[in-house]
Design a protein. Sequence first.
Length: 454
Amino acid sequence: MTSNPIAETVRSLMPRAKAELTELVAFESVADEAVAPLSECEGAANWVADALRAEGFQDVALLDTPDGSQSVYGVLPGPVDAPTVLLYAHYDVQPKLDESAWLSPPFELTERNGRWYGRGSADCKGGVVMHLLALRALKANGGVPVTVKVIVEGSEEQGTGGLERYAEQHPELLTSDAIVIGDAGNFRVGLPTVTATLRGMTMIRVGVETLEGNLHSGQFGGAAPDALAALIRILDSLRGPDGSTVIDGLPADSAWEGLQYPEEDFRRDAKVLPGVGLPGSGTVADRIWARPAVTVVGIDCHPVAGATPSIPSSARAQISLRVPPGQDSVEATKLLFAHIEKHTPWGARVTLEQVGQGQPFQADTSSPAYASMAEAMRIAYPGEEMQAAGMGGSIPLCNTLATLYPDTEILLIGLSEPEAQIHAPNESVSPEELERLSVAEAHFLVNYARSKQV
C-alpha cells in the first residue's frame, strides 16, 4: 500500500480494531429470541452506541423499530455547508448453525492463517469497525470533511424490515447526499469492488397436511397420502431438469453484462465437491446476479434419529427466493404462492406464510460519488482499478433508501469477499481488506467533500 498519512494512521489502529472486533463478535446478536437471548442484541447495540459517543457523535440513540429490534443512530457534524454522508452497517448476525463445524468458537474472534474467524467478523460487525477506522484516520489527519450520519441496523439478517419501516415513518432521519453501505464485499481479496446490483428476496414457509395423525407405514403405506412426499413433490417442482429455478410466470432468462465469474473460480469459492456439477444454465454471473434463485433453507418433519416406520401426517419447509433487479419481490411472491398451490399433489392441504421480503436494487455507477470512490480505491489498492459487480444476496434497506431519497447516491462496499464464507461455519474477515477498505472509505469522504465544492 502506498504510504500516506491516512494509510499510516489506519495501520497503527489495526491492533485496536482487532480488540474492538473481538468485543463486538462476542455478542451472540442473532435477532431471533428463539435462537439467542434478546440481551445479546441489546449488548451489541449499546456497544455501538458507546463507540459512537466516544468518537464525538451527537444525538446518539437506540431506535425502537417496528419489528422489535433496535437500530443505532448518531450524527457527527462536519464543516458548514459540507455534504452529508450516511454510513450503514448492521450488528445482528446469522446463527452459528452447526457449532461442531466451527474450528474455533463462533463468538470468539480467533486468528488463524492470517484471517480473523468469528460469526459477524465480515458480515457485518467488521463493517462497523471499518467505519470507525476511517473516521479515526480522518480525525487524526485534519478532521472529517463531511457531516457523517451512522445507522447500524439490528435485524438485517432476519429480513423483517424494522429499519425500513422506521425510515419510512421518519424520512428526515437518514437524509444525506451519499450513502455508503458497508455490507457488501470485493469480488475477490485484493480486487477493489463496488456492488452495482442486489437481488431482492422473499422468505416463505410452506406447511402440508394430509392426515389427522401419523399412520403405520406397513398397514397404510401405499394408499395413505404422505405429507412429506407431497412436500417433496412441491419443492421439486421449483427446479427444472437442469436445476434452474422454475416458477410459473417468473422470467428466469436474463443475462449479466459486466464482470464475469469464471466457473473454476466459483467452484473454488463455493467449495463445490469434486465431480459435482453446477445447477442451472447460462454463465455463473447470470445465475447468481441476474436470475431468480430458489433455495430450501429448512424442513420440519420426522428426524432420522428416533424415526419410526410411520407415514408423516404433516411437514413444513422454509423457502428463500432471490429476486433479481428488474423484477418485483411482491409480484414474485404472488407467483411463488400460486405455483405451490398449483403443484400441490393429491389435494393436500397447504398453508403459505411470508416471513420476510426485500426488493432488488440497482445503483447508478455513473454518479459523482462513484468517481470519488474509484479514486479512493486506486490509493488503497495500488495498481488496481475499481470493478463493479453484482451480489446475489439482499440488503432490503437499499431499495427503501433509493425510494425515499431518489437523488442520493448509494455505494456498496464491504468485507464479505468469497473467502469470508459469510452465513456459513468458520466465517472470517481478512484484516488486510479491513485495513485497505478503511483507507478507501476515508479517502472517499475527502474526495466526495472536494467534489461538492466544485
